[in-house]
Design a protein around this ligand. Structure first.
Ligand code: ADP
Length: 452
């Protein structure tokens, strides 16, 4: 087992990892940027090392400085959290070369699943449902036209190395195919240094349903059931819940088992999420695999009782998974709302500055994952998420009622937050009925904007 873990991240996820490490009797080292000098989570760490100026490129993305901090503080493992270097196979490889354990998959497994073309190939072998589309990178226009006609327009051109929605083009008709492929290739080269693109069927109306998986270094991988993350704005998730409502049990189990098989075949150790779109016929199509812990992991922890962060530290240390697939079951329903420091009434303008009022809710079935305390200054350099509010109820209706109560109790100011938007969504009939697709929040906001 490790004795000291370095956390190459900030904010709520840094605190989440500190808590898990402490429960396991491990010391923690946090690296931080100058903008996070007063970060409340640093007080909870055993050691803190400043690694540079506020811009992520000068601090949280500096592999050399993070490794140097691990060496000088004698940390024997690094947890990358999410974002920043969490999905960098290069970082995982440098950790290995420097004899520091990377808490996550091997660089090989990460590269295999991180490349969308090789991931699709592996998914096909594992029986994980994928979109109809090309098997390899597009080389010739004629080949692209042939595949597009086979699967039918609209299609989407996607970069193999894609991330953050870059290098994607929806194509409605053949005459636009060639120019879309070229522009996607160019964007992919400049964003990722890899111009490989492929095409797949474009699904207009779908729900986002994902499967939480975890594997160990002994060839085992299990799933922890699914979550629905259909409530999004500009591809950013706002609300996540689990288990995903209205997915028939037999389909759910089949998709979850195929996701676990994919992770197992990739020799994957650590937490992973297979993301899917689900259409109105309950057909599933894999979008991608996220090779890291996700923001919404607490939803799964609340319904399965499995501590995903602790379990990933243990498997990184070489322990076998502490739970078998047959021991995983779902209790009740959980919902998470991401509370962002943004003004929904002004096009979600970020609200940096001092938090003068911070009064989180509490009570039965309410969990807050947040690094914020009264007097905390939200820096303008990073993601605007300042808290995750998670509730657990016996069923979905109870969870919604509990979320409404908790949201109305949550006071943060003077800056605006997304709390009013969440309160509105909790009352939307389409949300209650799950008559939703990934664009429903944007449509609601277009038809009736939020007030500032
Ligand atoms: P990235 O890695 O850039 O986030 P994803 O493959 O996860 O790329 O896709 C990002 C988003 O684009 C998805 O959440 C979904 O909204 C949309 N998208 C991607 N592929 C398709 C598809 N085949 N049909 C419909 N929407 C898609």
């Amino acid at each position: 087992m490790f004795s000291r873990i370095l956390i190459a991240n900030r904010g709520e996820i840094a605190l989440r990892i500190i808590r898990a490490a402490r429960e396991l009797g491990l010391e923690t080292v946090c690296v931080y940027s100058e903008a996070d000098r007063d970060g409340p989570w640093l007080e909870q760490a055993d050691h803190a090392v400043c690694i540079g100026s506020p811009a992520p490129l000068d601090s949280y993305l500096r592999i050399d400085r993070i490794i140097a901090a691990a060496e000088t503080t004698k940390a024997d493992a690094i947890h990358p959290g999410y974002g920043f270097l969490a999905e960098s196979a290069e970082f995982a490889a440098v950790c290995r070369d420097c004899h520091v354990e990377f808490i996550g998959p091997s660089p090989e497994a990460m590269a295999l699943l991180g490349d969308k073309i090789s991931c699709r190939r592996m998914a096909k072998q594992a029986g994980t449902p994928i979109f109809p589309g090309s098997e390899d990178a597009i080389e010739e226009e004629s080949e692209a036209i042939e595949i597009a006609h086979e699967i039918g327009f609209p299609v989407i051109v996607k970069a193999a190395a894609g991330g953050g929605g870059r290098g994607m083009r929806v194509v409605e008709a053949e005459e636009d195919l060639q120019s879309s492929i070229q522009s996607a290739q160019q964007e992919a080269v400049s964003a990722f240094g890899n111009g490989a693109v492929y095409i797949e069927k474009f699904l207009e109306k779908a729900r986002h349903v994902e499967v939480q998986c975890i594997g160990d270094k002994h060839g085992q991988a299990i799933h922890l059931y699914n979550r629905d993350c259909t409530s999004q704005r500009r591809h950013q998730k706002l609300i996540e819940e689990g288990p995903a409502p209205h997915v028939p049990d037999d389909i759910r189990d089949r998709v979850c088992e195929s996701a676990a098989a994919l992770i197992r075949n990739a020799n994957y150790a650590g937490a992973a999420t297979c993301e899917f779109l689900m259409d109105r016929n309950n057909d599933f199509y894999m979008l991608e695999v996220n090779t890291r812990v996700q923001v919404e992991h607490p939803v799964t922890e609340m319904i399965t009782g499995v501590d995903i962060v602790k379990e990933s530290i243990l498997v990184a240390a070489g322990e076998p998974l502490s739970i078998r697939q047959e021991d995983v079951s779902i209790t009740g329903h959980a919902i998470e709302c991401r509370i962002n420091a943004e003004d929904p009434g002004r096009d979600f303008m970020p609200q940096a500055g001092v938090v003068e009022t911070y009064r989180p809710p509490g009570g039965y079935g309410v969990r807050i994952d947040s690094h914020v305390i009264t007097g905390y200054r939200i820096p303008s350099n990073y993601d605007s998420m300042i808290a995750k509010l998670i509730v657990h109820g016996r069923d979905r209706n109870e969870a919604i009622a509990r979320m409404k109560s908790a949201l109305s109790e949550f006071k943060i100011g003077p800056g605006k937050t997304t709390i009013p938007l969440h309160l509105r969504l909790m009352d939307e009939p389409c949300f209650h009925a799950m008559d939703v697709d990934i664009h429903y929040v944007e449509r609601l906001l277009d038809s009736a904007p939020m007030e500032s």
